[in-house]
Design a binder for this molecule. Structure first.
Ligand code: NAI
Length: 331
């Protein structure tokens, strides 16, 4: 099939080309797919898209007019796809439901260890020939209480690592995971998560029910100096409320791989541009805040798995073998 791959970076090209091995004709476009770029889909059977592409109704209308038959998402999420519109046009949508829960769970652990032991500050000090230790005091992870919200694939992987450190793990999920129930982690009500966690890590999806689950009210119920880690979706946290809590010391450490307004910032080199987002700029002034730019998924294994499933989805669609591929349907 002829496939237009949008939002493509050199690492996407390398992994997709390696797995594709000439099966499909892949053309790589660096820009996002949106209303301005949708016309580029002319002459292609499929488009392959990522998290910040816009697959709104007008974009899908253009894809349909250009005879595109398949939207192959190379990510798990599909909140940016108008599924009703694609179904109306008979365009199939596929995705990669899971690639490496370990990649994201391990990144959450990396953020927590780095913040705890002040590795970001220690690294800079040593480079300046400063070997003083003041301000670098950490704590043993062993014996601390870790709260986990969302115990699906990534939450489970995170829980197993933290249990390995000798932490006490408490968790919350409206749909308890039997695999978690077989570990030493315990399901508890949210109030208990807020009250008892020394470290709190978010692994639930962004839904109306989870939007701003970390807000001034939940922050108020937490321990003084709590460590918050978010590798899930930015809008799980009310950023302004968390900034207030950083100012009072209620939040003692904040590790973020995602940010509410990340769409205009992340995945691009903006180093020559002015940063207009004052909230994001304020976050960066705290020395107990560590931010990475949505890279938790970014491991060799995860990229290979994403490319593998994406190419299988395209091949399965071409062979009309829809049962074996990861098709997304409107409700
Ligand atoms: P999953 O679907 O396996 O697990 C999500 C869990 O959250 C489910 O068990 C679900 O019942 C639970 N949940 C739903 N509503 C909840 C609520 N109100 N409170 C607590 N738990 C709730 O998903 P997976 O693969 O573990 O991914 C988790 C999240 O990680 C994704 O939604 C995504 O936002 C994020 N993610 C981030 C990446 C990154 O690079 N930073 C990469 C991949 C995923």
């Amino acid at each position: 099939m002829k496939v237009a791959v949008f939002s493509s970076k050199p690492y996407d090209q390398a992994h997709l080309n390696a797995i594709n091995n000439g099966q499909h004709e892949l053309t790589f476009f660096e820009p996002h797919l949106d209303e301005q770029t949708a016309a580029l889909s002319q002459g292609f059977d499929a488009v392959c898209c990522f998290v910040n592409d816009t697959l709104s109704a007008p974009v899908i209308d253009t894809l349909a007019a250009n005879n595109v038959k398949l939207i192959a998402m190379r990510c798990a999420g599909f909140n940016n796809v108008d599924l009703t519109q694609s179904e109306q046009h008979g365009i199939t949508v596929t995705r990669v439901p899971e690639y490496s829960p370990y990649a994201v769970a391990e990144h959450a652990v990396a953020l927590s260890l780095c913040l705890n032991r002040n590795l970001h500050r220690a690294h800079n000090r040593v480079r300046e020939n400063d070997y003083s230790l003041h301000g670098l005091l950490g704590f043993d992870m062993h014996g601390k209480t870790v709260g986990v919200i969302g115990t699906g694939k990534i939450g489970l992987a995170f829980i197993r690592i933290m249990l390995g450190f000798g932490c006490k793990v408490i968790c919350h999920d409206p749909f308890p995971n039997p695999e978690v129930e077989q570990t030493d982690a315990r399901y508890v009500p949210l109030e208990q998560i807020w009250a008892e966690s020394d470290i709190l890590s978010l692994h639930c999806p962004l839904l109306p029910s989870t939007r701003h689950i970390i807000n001034s009210n939940s922050l108020h119920q937490m321990k003084q100096g709590v460590m918050l880690i978010n590798t899930s979706r930015g809008a799980l946290i009310d950023t302004r409320a968390v900034i207030d809590a950083l100012k009072t010391g209620k939040v003692g450490y904040l590790g973020l791989d995602v940010y509410e307004e990340e769409a205009d910032l992340f995945f691009e080199d903006n180093s020559n541009k002015i940063l207009y987002d004052d909230t994001f700029a304020r976050l960066q002034t705290f020395n107990n805040v560590m931010i990475t730019g949505h890279q938790a998924f970014f491991t060799e294994e995860a990229l290979s798995a994403i490319a593998d499933v994406t190419i299988k989805n395209i091949s399965g669609f071409e062979a009309n073998d829809l049962e074996t591929i990861c098709v997304v349907k409107a409700n």
